[in-house]
Write a protein that binds this ligand. Structure first.
Ligand SMILES: C[S@@+](CC[C@H](N)C(=O)[O-])C[C@H]1O[C@@H](n2cnc3c(N)ncnc32)[C@H](O)[C@@H]1O
Length: 147
């Protein structure tokens, strides 16, 4: 079990003691909205969110008309909370390891990773000289996301 799975239940900024807590790593939707709109011109696109955490990115995108979003994270804590919080929206929240996605090939038009590969690289050692395990994890994610 990694920090992301153990730490999600008791560590800021991803604290989940308060089920309504949210945290947007690095950038929030308003800061990348123009870029996403440009890269995803079709609002009907089937979008896969990798490592959604308790970010507001998907809910803001949903409010902006991207109605076809499937969210994944391997933290059952955040997935359960996000599913509960957004139960009225037609988004899916699935506990899944992004290194072994359980979807058929070409299920999605767009795959978004915001801060998740960074998290996989932030294991012990330098991100500029990551251990082989981190490189393997990132390669698995890219292989899965591109099929
Ligand atoms: C830095 S947070 C980013 C959260 C969110 N995307 C954001 O931008 O705020 C990284 C997230 O990736 C998830 N994560 C890390 N490795 C994962 C893996 N192998 N499979 C699924 N989720 C993973 C963690 O549980 C955490 O929620």
């Amino acid at each position: 079990m990694t920090w992301w799975q153990t730490g999600m239940s008791n560590t800021r900024p991803s604290s989940t003691e308060d089920a309504s807590a949210t945290f947007d790593w690095f950038r929030n939707y308003s800061q990348i909205r123009d870029l996403l709109q440009e890269l995803i011109p079709n609002k009907q696109s089937r979008i896969l969110m990798l490592g959604c955490g308790n970010s507001t990115l998907s809910e803001k995108m949903f409010s902006d008309g991207f109605l076809n979003i499937v969210n994944t994270d391997y933290s059952s804590v955040v997935i359960n909370q996000m599913a509960q919080r957004h139960s009225e929206k037609s988004m899916q929240w699935i506990e899944m390891d992004i290194r072994a996605l359980q979807f058929e090939d070409e299920t999605f038009d767009v795959v978004i990773d915001k801060g998740t590969m960074d998290a996989m690289l932030a294991v012990k050692g330098s991100v500029w000289d990551p251990p082989q395990r981190a490189i393997d994890d990132c390669n698995k994610e890219v292989d899965e996301a591109t099929r």
